[in-house]
Design a protein around this ligand. Structure first.
Ligand code: S3P
Length: 178
């Protein structure tokens, strides 16, 4: 973690549907930082949607794109919203920590499910898991929680993005006082 989190990048990690993009945009605005969403950047780079990448090239290819993308990043004072699986593959968590303070948005599973039902199209993993055993998604959630938990900081997610942004600012401020 950088010595001055307010002066460096903030990397938001967490499961699908935790609101990383919405929260990231608000946080960037409130801190006067820039903002990027890794899924959006990868889509632009390859000229395909996430759903198309999964369908045409497979998940392994998408994970390679994600890892390559991190290696190329040269940013400062930026809020980086990551795809839900990014920190969970290819030692990406370690690489993300080099970029800045990694902050885990820890949202309860039931709230995630409610939110995800509304937006399945851009999430191929969700589509396949919801179509099969419900437990499959829960297993993925539990497995990933362990990795997310190794983040530098953690905030409990809820349905109010502005409130979470406020909490994140407090967490960052506190870590400066230590
Ligand atoms: C994924 C999450 C998605 C996207 C892709 C894979 C995952 O991003 O990167 O569908 O493995 O959890 P969001 O977390 O923004 O939904």
């Amino acid at each position: 973690m950088p010595s001055n989190p307010e002066e460096n990048n903030i990397v938001l990690v967490g499961f699908m549907g935790t609101g990383k993009t919405t929260i990231g945009k608000l946080l960037a605005k409130s801190m006067n930082f820039s903002f990027i969403d890794t899924d959006e950047e990868i889509e632009k780079e390859v000229g395909m949607s996430i759903a198309q990448i999964f369908k045409n090239k497979g998940e392994g290819y998408f994970r390679e794109l994600e890892s390559d993308f991190i290696k190329k990043l040269r940013l400062s004072k930026c809020i980086i919203a990551t795809g839900g699986g990014m920190p969970c593959h290819n030692d990406n968590m370690t690489k993300l920590k080099v970029l800045g303070t990694v902050l885990f948005i820890n949202t309860p599973y039931d709230s995630i499910i409610e939110r995800l039902k509304l937006n399945q199209d851009s999430r191929p993993l969700l589509k396949s898991s919801l179509g099969n055993e419900k437990d499959e998604l829960f297993s993925l959630f539990l497995k990933r929680q362990q990795i997310y938990k190794s983040s530098d900081k953690e905030v409990v997610g809820d349905n109010n993005p502005s409130f979470i942004v406020k909490k994140i600012r407090e967490i960052l401020k506190k870590s400066l006082e230590k």
